[in-house]
Design a protein around this ligand. Structure first.
Ligand SMILES: [Zn+2]
Length: 186
């Protein structure tokens, strides 16, 4: 293996939907892909999926790999794909590559560290100690709580039956329920 990583494309022969991604490693290391929607479909009918290697990346550089992946993401047909975010670095979509990696990095960087308050029972200090008494006045807090629950009442939260995402009705109607990407898979 003389390459750093590669860009791949899976194609679902039942509907021609594709999934494009990049991977740092060998094409034979067993890696399939990380997209939530793609994996759901792949696990259901892996025999219908075929993978193509779109490009190898030889530069020993993760940024370069993402850059090349982005080139392919920019040309995806967004009406017929399992890709969920148009960004090789992931995005705000929950469970995307970015957030998974972020989580992993975070937990790794904290591994082996001793919590600041370990063994110091009774020594915990309230976060707001020393702040002026009216910094978070009681009235203010109650008022905020009341407003928030009123807003929540006006905008009921609903759950998409296809992907189980919960959110405010207005926003959810745009991309979920009849428009949910998961609908046809289930
Ligand atoms: Zn949904």
């Amino acid at each position: 293996m003389n390459y750093f990583g590669f860009i791949y494309e899976w194609i679902d022969s039942t509907n021609d939907k594709n999934y494009v991604g990049s991977h740092k490693g060998s094409i034979n290391d067993g890696y399939i892909g990380s997209g939530k929607l793609f994996k759901l479909a792949y696990n259901k009918r892996s025999e219908k999926f075929k993978r193509e290697i779109l490009e190898y990346v030889y530069e020993n550089n993760r940024e370069k790999l993402l850059e090349v992946e982005q080139k392919y993401l920019d040309n995806i047909n967004w009406n017929n794909t399992y890709n969920l975010v148009p960004n090789a670095r992931g995005g705000t979509v929950k469970g995307s590559k970015q957030s998974e990696e972020h989580r992993r990095n975070n937990s790794e960087s904290h591994k082996g560290q001793v919590p600041w308050n370990k063994g110091k029972t009774g020594l915990q200090i309230a976060w707001n100690i020393g702040l002026p008494g009216n910094f978070l006045g009681r009235e203010h807090k109650i008022e905020t709580r009341k407003n928030m629950s009123e807003i929540a009442k006006l905008r009921p939260r609903v759950k998409c039956p296809y992907c189980n995402k919960i959110g405010q009705q207005n926003a959810m109607m745009k991309h979920h329920f009849d428009r949910c990407k998961f609908k046809e898979l289930i």
